[in-house]
Design a protein around this ligand. Structure first.
Ligand SMILES: [Zn+2]
Length: 734
């Protein structure tokens, strides 16, 4: 995963963390004009640590000099400075041009960026009550600050003047991209609307905020209310003692002492279903889950979600777009809902076939187990787990002794990067860190010059939120002469004192994944920070990181790092093959439920205002959902979507959220699997291949069309087949 600090546009804050058809070398980067810097000359400088660049190498934050008390005043002061800079840009008597408007905007808010990058890094990875309180206080202020800039009509008038004259300006490709992004983001926020339309949008936004909040609250209540209640312990046969104890405790907490309660999780499938031996209880639990929020009572969300879909379609129409998805996808790789839908529909055939094949396999297992019924969704994982155990008996504890963390990082992740790109790493201990478990490395380019700095923060701790992510302390920019300072944060359980620090195979993959983001950031070769490195589209940013996972199981890389911590013996290939074979199992369900949810998301958001308005009864909502999935031929009776519309929080519980974006992970997986195929077709792990990938993709940031980028890399358009093969959806796999 890749961390985005704020929803605020890159335009306003240049905070987004994460390349033109022409190689950058052919186009000398624009230098910072005197006209631009002179604009801000009269604005008083800030005070305190964040007022100036750090004096440490790479301008990396000097954690020995930063106190928790520094952040709030630094935020307040730096927002004031940023406002003054925006005023200076707006009130400049000179005619608007690229340097005095677009570049000036890009470099404004320097101190704010500096404090925010450090602050949000720490609230994620090493927070405390003070930082949390500052976060709660400044987050709404930052959003308002950013909105005020994006929606400033006088500022937009200057941006538009430059944009309208763009054909006559002497701009290189990166300049043009910066100009277009600045303009597009402001237009997307409403800069081109009439006053009347702006009022309409405000009304819709207010109503959207109310309805989406209500959706979230109602789903939460429906989820609580639909918990399974049983009277006897016998009905929970198959569950562990601790699960049963928890169920008894959950019951007493609800005033049902003596009974047993299993609360629902967010997803359609429920984690305890496979263990429950009593089939009737399984069915009851599953139906409580899948029928949540559609029972015609006060917890019914169907009319709410229909209104949300309708409001979004109306808002899109005010912007001249046919539907909400078209409105939100303006800066994505896929660009249009049709592209995303066509992509997903290509999977439907093989997926439906796999779903039927897997159901057949599970029906055999049920018979073998003495059952006299055909598989239903509430039986699925119980029997899938049995088959998995028989076919891919894999004991994780046999694998982890081969994955010692230092070796995974230095002999695995770094080694693969050295083989591919010629870059090398040198551990250093002279830089202050924000926690004693954090290590730092200087990264050197193939020619021996310094490329950037890398921070590695691997272990779980209470002050760190869950998951894994990458971001920058310092962003690369030729204009400023800065090199990237990048951190990877993970949540690996820390070994007890004196024990070897081993990691699971999942975490090995996560290490390679996050370092894929790091490479994308390290190879940034841009003039402007807001489009440098990983500052790319939501349906593109996970692509380089996913590709980097391929080297985790690449034979020569494995041989170099996966050595038993006691014997030094290299991991046996059968073990890796078993892991990989197991990964293809049960994809008709695992992958199917995700594709169905992504399809539902896109279908709801590809409606015209008229179509959306026609879905105005609870029954019409059911019908639309059923038709959207069934018409495609998916086995939705056997494999329902991961979230049904009525409890699909990702897309309906905030004004925009992940709406028309749930497909992104599938999309980047397609790019990833297709790229792995390209590597394998061209000789695998070689410098030539790595350099080609760096030149065409990893060094390009967000400076050009993503399809063009992919085609420059692969020599053709992306193809969905390798992903289907990797998922075992091509019919020839077991
Ligand atoms: Zn990622």
């Amino acid at each position: 995963m890749k961390l985005k600090f704020l929803t605020a546009s890159a335009l306003a804050l240049s905070l987004a963390v994460t390349a033109c058809n022409m190689p950058a070398a052919d186009e000398p980067p624009r230098v910072l004009a005197e006209e631009t810097t002179a604009l801000f000359a009269d604005i008083p400088a800030g005070t305190g640590y964040f007022a100036t660049n750090s004096e440490l190498p790479f301008q990396t934050p000097d954690f020995s000099k930063i106190n928790d008390e520094d952040y709030e005043p630094a935020f307040m002061e730096s927002m004031e400075i940023h406002k003054a800079e925006i005023e200076a840009i707006k009130n400049n008597p000179a005619e608007a041009n690229f340097d005095n408007t677009i570049v000036a905007l890009e470099i404004s808010g320097e101190m704010l960026g500096r404090v925010a990058r450090v602050f949000f890094a720490l609230t994620g990875s090493n927070t405390n009550d003070t930082l949390d309180a500052v976060n709660a206080k400044v987050s709404p202020l930052l959003t308002a600050h950013s909105d005020a800039i994006t929606l400033d009509p006088d500022l937009f008038a200057r941006v538009k003047a430059v944009y309208d004259a763009r054909d006559e300006l002497d701009l290189n490709t990166e300049d043009t991209t910066l100009l277009e992004r600045t303009y597009d983001d402001m237009v997307h926020a409403g800069a081109l609307l009439t006053e009347e339309q702006k009022e309409e949008v405000k009304k819709i936004n207010t109503r959207l905020s109310e309805t989406t909040t209500k959706f979230g609250v109602t789903v939460r209540e429906a989820t609580v209310d639909n918990a399974l209640v049983v009277d006897t312990r016998e009905e929970l046969a198959g569950l562990s003692d601790s699960d049963i104890e928890n169920a008894a405790k959950a019951a007493s907490e609800r005033g049902l002492a003596g009974k047993f309660v299993i609360p629902l999780q967010n997803t359609t499938q429920q984690p305890l279903l496979p263990e429950l031996e009593n089939r009737d209880v399984r069915e009851k639990l599953f139906k409580l889950s899948v029928n949540r929020a559609d029972q015609g009572d006060s917890n019914d969300t169907r009319l709410l979600l229909a209104e949300i879909a309708s409001l979004r379609a109306q808002k899109a129409a005010l912007f001249g777009e046919p539907d909400w998805a078209s409105y939100t996808m303006y800066d994505r790789m896929a660009k249009t809902p049709k592209t995303a839908l066509d992509f997903m529909e290509q999977m439907v055939g093989p997926l439906a076939e796999t779903q039927r094949r897997e159901a057949g396999l599970l029906n055999e297992q049920i018979k073998k187990d003495g059952g006299d019924f055909t598989v239903q969704p509430w039986d699925w994982y119980r029997y899938a787990n049995q088959v998995r155990k028989e076919k891919y008996d894999l004991d994780e504890s046999l694998v982890t002794p081969y994955f010692q963390i230092d070796s995974v990082l230095e002999n695995g992740v770094f080694y693969a990067a050295t083989e591919l790109y010629g870059i090398t790493f040198e551990k250093r201990d002279d830089l202050p860190v924000y926690h004693e478990d954090v290590t730092t490395y200087t990264v050197f380019d193939a020619d021996g010059s310094e490329l950037g700095l890398f921070y590695f923060d691997p272990y779980q701790r209470p002050s760190k939120r869950g998951g894994a992510w990458m971001s920058n302390f310092v962003q690369q920019s030729h204009m400023y002469g800065t090199k990237p300072v990048i951190y990877n944060v993970l949540n690996i359980p820390k070994a007890a004192e004196g024990e070897p620090q081993l990691v699971s195979f999942d975490n090995v993959n996560t290490l390679f994944h996050e370092f894929g983001h790091a490479l994308h950031g390290l190879f940034a070769d841009q003039n402007y920070r807001s489009i440098a490195g990983t500052a790319t589209a939501r349906d593109f940013v996970e692509y380089p990181s996913q590709v980097n996972e391929m080297w985790a199981t690449y034979p020569s890389v494995l041989q170099n790092y996966a050595k038993h911590h006691e014997t030094g013996e290299t991991i046996p290939t059968e073990l890796i093959e078993k892991i990989e074979a197991a990964a293809k199992f049960n994809q008709g369900y695992d992958f199917g439920e995700v594709v169905e949810a992504a399809l539902l998301d896109m279908k709801w958001h590809a409606l015209s205002p008229e179509e959306a308005a026609a879905i105005n009864t609870p029954e019409a909502v059911d019908e639309f959902e059923r038709k959207s999935l069934e018409e495609l031929g998916l086995e939705i009776g056997l494999v329902p979507p991961r979230y049904r519309s009525t409890y699909f929080n990702h897309i309906f519980s905030s004004p925009a959220g992940y709406s028309s974006g749930y497909y992104s992970y599938l999309w980047t997986e397609m790019l990833d699997r297709d790229s792995r195929k390209w590597f394998m077709d061209n000789g695998g792990l070689t410098r030539e291949n790595g350099d080609h990938q760096r030149r065409t993709v990893l060094s390009r940031g967000g400076t050009m069309d993503y399809f063009e980028m992919f085609e420059n890399f692969a020599g053709r358009e992306p193809d969905v087949t390798p992903m289907l093969e990797a998922r075992g959806l091509t019919g020839d796999s077991e």
